[in-house]
Design a binder for this molecule. Structure first.
Ligand SMILES: C[S@@+](CC[C@H](N)C(=O)[O-])C[C@H]1O[C@@H](n2cnc3c(N)ncnc32)[C@H](O)[C@@H]1O
Ligand SMILES: [Zn+2]
Length: 182
């Protein structure tokens, strides 16, 4: 398989995480920026790979699992191959790209004008299960703190507030018990 190429991109070190993908030139809105290529696998194989990765990582989702993309009802694409340059695109809570399936191929499309030098990003769309394992460092003003799809944000805010309240209660309780010891 040939490495995925695009006149729009370059791969460089990212301030979000590790390696990232950046705009080589100004990119208009609505362009196919780069194809997300990989191994076409059945849902069964996809499940098997995800489970074995989770087992390896003692219960939580691993970096490897994030490379699997839904293609259609029968197949997924496992993008964890060297040729897939798009695998370096980081997540953002205020992304400039989104994945789209066009004629059975996965593309990252620009959702707005992207200036030369800007880092490319899309929302990874993770669910809320084990959200605490996926802290977001996208640095955008609207960062929600964890990597999850925007439709989950209202629920996530509630979960975070509930956790903070619980922690505060525990802290006050331990302070009170310290005082009674004195
Ligand atoms: C598909 S890779 C992206 C490329 C990655 N930067 C690299 O160097 O391999 C996905 C992993 O990058 C990291 N990552 C991507 N976006 C992130 C973000 N907004 N905040 C924190 N980590 C992020 C996470 O570790 C995630 O599991
Ligand atoms: Zn973020």
């Amino acid at each position: 398989m040939e490495p995925s190429q695009s006149k729009y991109i370059k791969v460089e070190e990212s301030s979000i995480h590790g390696t990232g993908v950046f705009a080589r030139i100004n990119i208009p809105k609505g362009k196919k920026v780069i194809e997300y290529i990989g191994e076409k696998i059945t849902k069964k194989e996809s499940e098997k790979r995800s489970v074995s990765l989770i087992e390896k990582n003692q219960g939580s989702l691993t970096d490897g699992a994030v490379y699997i993309f839904e293609l259609n009802k029968k197949h997924d694409i496992d993008g964890n191959i060297n040729e897939n340059t798009a695998r370096f695109i980081n997540h953002s809570c205020n992304p400039n790209c989104e994945p789209d399936i066009i004629k059975n191929r996965i593309w990252l499309l620009s959702t707005r004008k992207i200036k030369k030098g800007e880092e490319l990003s899309y929302n990874y769309g993770f669910d809320l299960e084990s959200y605490e394992d996926h802290i977001c460092r996208c640095g955008s003003k609207k960062c929600i703190g964890f990597i999850t799809s925007e439709e989950n944000w209202p629920k996530l805010k509630k979960l975070v507030a509930k956790k903070k309240k619980k922690e505060k209660k525990l802290k006050n309780k331990s302070k009170a018990s310290e005082k009674t010891k004195i």
